[in-house]
Design a protein around this ligand. Structure first.
Ligand code: ADP
Ligand code: TRP
Length: 322
């Protein structure tokens, strides 16, 4: 089984990205043949500053490696380093029904808000389909919001196969367990769109300040509280082991403690949790050539596979000369 997923480099990764997605991608590298790429072509829909896009693309690679993505086990590459995908995208585009794409939420939401959309956003799911089909991927781990796009990929692949023969492997989505949404500093879902994130590799002092400013309710300290309904406790739970979680829950239920105490415990636990990754990151930042080497090796392997699939598709639909 081949697992594949892409991550857009549209901002620095935060706790929500890690616990909701990245941690699970990394775990899969031990179970299946896995391909992960940084979706810079998709990000170009939103980031229109070349220096920023370049930097975020490299930072995403550095962060993934620092967090434990192991290039010996998984293939890591940058989307645009595999031009075969863009060619495949065109082949799929010729058979993609407008109605199908009009129903896709990224485009639909923008239209409904009265904004004008670019063709890149409209055809975003077709590029995503090409990303997946180019590597004969079987399983695509994604968040809930991306499941619709995997269905589009299956539709496009199915109708191409129907017209031209069995060219593409139909993938399945594996919905990531983000049921426990990571709350942000305001208690809402952590998201870069809400400006309530805590970055994975933020300056520890800044991160601590943000943690100390996490909103809490204003009930008196003496009152016992239910830990399960408290977002500060939810955050602490991400970093604590079972015994620490229980000890903290007990304090909530007993009452008589301050939220400041929980915030300090959270800041310490988060710092310890990412400290190894932070060290690995520092090494990689000082040696970007190592990162580029990983990406080049990943792209080479990915291009070989994508080239085979592209040729298969080109031959089937009659655009290959041989
Ligand atoms: P953002 O909301 O900050 O723009 P993205 O949409 O780029 O984040 O998310 C990338 C991945 O991280 C998605 O698979 C999503 O499911 C996961 N993710 C993002 N925020 C959270 C969160 N607060 N809790 C759990 N998972 C999250
Ligand atoms: N659209 C995905 C997201 O925003 C990123 C992505 C691009 C992707 N191509 C992909 C995910 C292919 C899985 C497979 O999260």
């Amino acid at each position: 089984m081949r697992v594949l997923s892409g991550i857009q480099p549209t901002g620095r990764f935060h706790w929500g990205n890690y616990f909701g997605a990245i941690r699970q991608y990394i775990a899969l590298q031990n179970e299946e043949e896995s391909y992960y790429f940084i979706a810079n072509l998709h990000a170009l829909n939103t980031i229109r500053d070349p220096a920023v896009l370049r930097e975020l693309t490299l930072e995403a690679a550095i962060d993934l490696l620092a967090l434990g993505l192991d290039p010996e086990k998984a293939t890591l590459f940058v989307q645009s380093d595999v031009p075969e995908v863009s060619e495949l995208c065109w082949l799929l585009m010729t058979g993609a029904p407008m109605g199908l794409l009009e129903r896709c939420h990224a485009y639909k939401d923008k239209k409904e808000r009265g904004l004008t959309a670019e063709a890149g956003l409209f055809t975003y799911p077709v590029l995503m389909a090409a990303d997946i089909l180019a590597y004969d991927a079987n399983i695509v781990p994604v968040g809930h919001d991306q499941v619709q796009h995997i269905e589009v990929c299956r539709d496009l692949a199915g109708s191409f196969n129907h017209q031209f023969g069995e060219v593409f492997v139909l993938p399945k989505s594996k919905v990531l367990d983000d049921s426990a949404k990571v709350p942000g500093t305001d208690g809402e879902k952590m998201s870069k769109s809400y400006d309530n994130t805590i970055g994975l590799f933020e300056d520890p002092k800044k991160a601590r300040k943000k943690i100390m400013r996490i909103t809490t309710d204003s009930r008196p300290m003496a009152e016992p509280k239910d830990p399960q309904t408290d977002h500060l406790y939810q955050l602490y739970s991400l970093f604590a082991d079972a015994a620490q979680r229980e000890a903290m829950a007990e304090k909530y239920r007993a009452g008589g403690f301050g939220y400041g105490e929980v915030k300090k415990a959270l800041a310490n636990a988060a710092e310890a949790y990412f400290s190894e990754a932070r060290q690995r990151r520092e090494h990689l930042v000082a040696h970007p050539e190592e990162v580029r080497q990983v990406l080049a090796a990943g792209a080479k392997k990915a291009r070989k596979k994508a080239g085979e699939v592209l040729l298969r598709a080109q031959r089937a639909c009659g655009v290959a000369t041989e």
